[in-house]
Design a protein around this ligand. Structure first.
Ligand code: AHR
Length: 789
């Protein structure tokens, strides 16, 4: 089902009411326990995207530690003082490991006034704290000309030294060195410097700096790991995503390249546009899952990248990879791969139960490869739960146990999908909603997005017999490398915060319950009912004039461009006013000028518009709340082939085009939930805005405490007074309330204001006979009642 405009004719038949009242009623029947809540329902999806592994949770502080990134020593700088002469080159002579065939050659022909060497700023700064201990390891060698010594410092960008130690003299042969540094100050943007006062040439490789304290001693950044742990995930899907596929097969994720000594792990270009060291390798992912108390769910490449498919006669290697991965996780210490695991420090099995075959693959090529892999795995490991992709349909060749669905869309789409699984075939495969997030109209992760996802999640929970697992995507972003937006947990070198969606995930996961209870929600519907007006273009130049907004014969607004454009706000474009017209001269996409009040509701917008160049026509905006919450009539859109009413990702189109150089009279009439559009006084199209339910809810019961847990999402801007009817449950009057709400749907958290939107925990008294609760506007609320003793 797709959320969309409704043509007026159909709407007239199916509209029950135009509800404006905000009163509602929610009935939970605890005497009729329903399906079990899947114990694996809420998990996380960790993809190495947005520098979430290197530069993220993997606590390595040096960027490009093995000099493999490019032909230049990326992220390393020569440090020169006075007349110092330092030359840095990436060398291929005598590498430490053939798998990482480069090292850094440092030639100092003139040390200058005291020191010459190299510096690395880590991933947008190395965060150090007062009295913190860091462990440095590196490989080094020198030619006879270099006598040293080399000094290692952690210091500020302007040379304030926080920690200092010396390295022993290098020899002609590669040797690994290590030392500890204790910092005297706190600085989130420190750097590592290796310097000397001597002339000569030396080589460095695998220069690694870790804080001594990592999460559970396993090499992860504690603040990020704790933030994930707080979600109490029941599983971790890893390591991707598109990262598993790669753009081409040589860039696909192959787990065997990611195990063993770090110098032996091949540095690899990541599809998300940076280099991955694989320091967070297959073993470390499994260790992370164990430390989180979460089931590992490994996604294996199935011989398919974004651009290539491995021929079927070469697929054995991929089948073997899958079998070996399982043996690595579960095999005894005396098995081939179980022994490798034991040597890596984990003699006990990791107990892998879930494996996904490919990511977002589909079509006949996937069907064939999926069938091949599943048959081989099931033959050897019949109990393994295998997850299929569903790009273009669920595989047919072999029975499918679980299918992975992905959704990225608008808040309204997700609200519209809250009942998606109510009628799903209970005899078909179980569903894993492996990736979902509001990605449109969400800023960098705002409250409206969190509300949309929460509405959807009530549907996942209510249908937990069919939806076995779900995970938001993506999980992490280093705010300095945002390859995807939005992301659940945002961080820089020293700070971390969750977007509102993070708190929704946490609230649902912490308050699961084990049995679903039937819930009936009797509440009104809402739609985009108020907003400003505007004009815009899409790769087109145009002029606009005589823009007028009238409500019931009263003029709300009349443009007067002779006085300039002070009344107008612009988004992109090259706008100017002159001769009574507003001109847009750039060729950009999606440029707007808006004016008026966000509280205007029912009005007629009239104007004249003329196209002066470009490929399309005009955008006429109305009910504009902000850059993303708005509706527009696109006249001459889709390469000047049609006119269409567009809201979010949806559109209602009719054929049509616009001539260059001709003035058109445009009229848009908006009344309640209906819009009618005219061009040169000729009726072109009309539609009814899609309306959403205001309230969404799900309820569960927790066996251990006997608690009734009610989750309610209010998608409207206003509080909703709601009568709560909890039958079959006699509660203590005092309920625990966990409430995530914000004044504006566009509210976000940020690095500087990380706690703007966070849940509040409080209590309320709900009287058994007349319980009324007011759910705030833009909110997600959990009410938790204990049974009366
Ligand atoms: O979550 C980001 C990306 O979205 C994933 O890599 C991919 O599976 C999907 O297209």
């Amino acid at each position: 089902m797709k959320f969309s405009f409704i043509p007026v004719s159909i709407l007239a038949l199916c509209l029950g009411f135009f509800a404006t009242a905000q009163e509602a009623k929610i009935t939970v029947d605890a005497s009729k326990p329903g399906v079990k809540v899947s114990p694996t329902l809420w998990g996380v999806f960790f993809e190495d995207i947005n520098c979430s592994a290197d530069g993220g949770i993997y606590a390595e502080l040096i960027r490009n530690r093995s000099f493999e990134n490019t032909e230049k020593p990326e992220y390393w700088h020569a440090l020169r003082s006075g007349t110092g002469k330092v030359d840095l080159t990436v060398s291929s002579e005598r590498p430490v490991s053939a798998k990482n065939p480069h090292s850094l050659k440092v030639t100092i022909t003139e040390p200058g006034i005291g020191r010459a060497g190299i510096a690395n700023n880590g991933f947008w700064g190395i965060a150090v704290k007062k009295d913190e201990v860091f462990n440095l390891r590196l490989w080094g060698r020198a030619d006879a000309s270099f006598v040293g010594p080399l000094t290692v410092t952690l210091e500020s960008g302007d040379n304030v030294v926080y920690a200092k130690e010396s390295l022993p003299p290098f020899t002609a042969e590669w040797k690994e060195y290590s030392l500890s540094l204790t910092t005297s100050e706190t600085d989130p943007e420190a750097r590592l410097v290796i310097s000397t006062a001597s002339r000569g040439t030396f080589w460095l490789d695998m220069v690694s700096l870790f804080p001594k304290n990592t999460w559970k001693g396993h090499g992860l950044r504690p603040d990020l790991a704790e933030t994930i742990a707080a979600l109490k995930p029941s599983f971790v899907r890893f390591p991707g995503g598109c990262w598993v596929e790669g753009d081409t097969m040589d860039k696909a994720y192959r787990w065997k390249r990611t195990i063993g000594k770090i110098s032996e792990r091949v540095t690899q270009f990541n599809i998300w546009n940076y280099y991955a060291t694989h320091g967070l390798g297959f073993h470390e992912y499994l260790q992370m899952c164990e430390d989180l108390g979460a089931e590992p769910l490994f996604v294996i490449n199935t011989g398919m990248s974004h651009k290539e498919n491995v021929p079927m006669n070469k697929m054995n290697e991929f089948v073997q990879d899958a079998l070996d991965a399982i043996e690595y996780c579960n095999g005894p210490e005396n098995s081939k791969w179980g022994a490798v695991r034991a040597r890596a420090g984990h003699p006990a099995p990791f107990n892998l139960k879930y494996m996904e075959i490919g990511n977002e693959n589909g079509g006949p090529a996937y069907q064939e490869r999926y069938g091949l892999m599943v048959k081989a795995i099931k033959e050897r490991y019949p109990d393994m739960h295998l997850i299929a992709n569903e790009w273009g349909g669920v595989p047919k060749e072999v029975p499918v146990e679980i299918v992975d669905e992905h959704y990225y869309n608008t808040p309204e789409f997700f609200m519209g999908q809250a009942n998606r699984y109510d009628k799903y075939d209970r005899k078909g495969p179980k569903v894993y909603v492996g990736e979902y997030a509001v990605t449109q109209g969400c800023g960098l992760g705002n409250m409206r997005a969190a509300v949309g996802e929460a509405a959807f999640m009530t549907g996942l929970e209510r249908n937990s017999d069919v939806v076995a697992m779900a995970s938001y995507a993506p999980l992490l972003v280093n705010v300095n490398h945002r390859g995807w937006n939005p992301d659940l947990i945002c961080f820089d070198s020293s700070r971390v915060y969750g977007i509102p969606s993070y708190y929704v995930q946490k609230m649902f996961s912490e308050n699961r319950g084990d049995t679903v209870l039937p819930v009936d929600v009797d509440a009104s519907s809402t739609g985009p009912s108020e907003g400003m007006v505007g004009v815009g273009t899409w790769r087109t130049q145009a002029e606009f004039k005589d823009i007028k907004v009238v409500e019931d014969g009263k003029t709300l607004f009349e443009s007067d461009f002779s006085k300039g454009t002070n009344d107008w706000k612009f988004l992109g474009g090259k706008w100017s006013a002159g001769n009574g017209t507003l001109k847009q001269d750039s060729d950009e996409e999606n440029v707007h000028a808006v004016a008026g009040s966000p509280n205007w509701s029912n009005y007629t917008l009239t104007l004249k518009a003329r196209k002066t160049g470009g490929t399309e026509g005009f955008l006429i905006l109305f009910r504009v709340q902000n850059e993303t919450e708005r509706i527009w009539w696109n006249i001459g859109g889709w390469q000047n082939t049609g006119h269409g009413l567009e809201i979010g990702a949806d559109s209602l189109r009719v054929p049509g085009k616009i001539e260059t150089g001709r003035w058109y009279d445009i009229r848009v009439e908006v009344k309640d939930f209906t819009v009618k559009c005219y061009l040169d006084n000729q009726f072109i199209q009309e539609a009814v805005f899609p309306r959403q339910k205001v309230l969404f809810a799900s309820a569960t019961k927790e066996a251990s405490s006997g608690d009734l847990i009610l989750k309610v999402v209010n998608s409207s801007a206003k509080p909703v007074q709601t009568a709560l009817n909890l039958t079959g449950f006699t509660p203590n009057p005092e309920f625990k309330v966990i409430e995530l709400a914000s004044e504006k749907p566009t509210d976000e958290n940020s690095i500087d204001a990380p706690q703007k939107v966070v849940p509040v925990v409080k209590t309320c008294n709900l009287n058994e006979t007349a319980s009324v609760y007011s759910f705030p506007g833009n909110s997600v609320t959990i009410l938790r009642g204990h049974p009366k003793k």
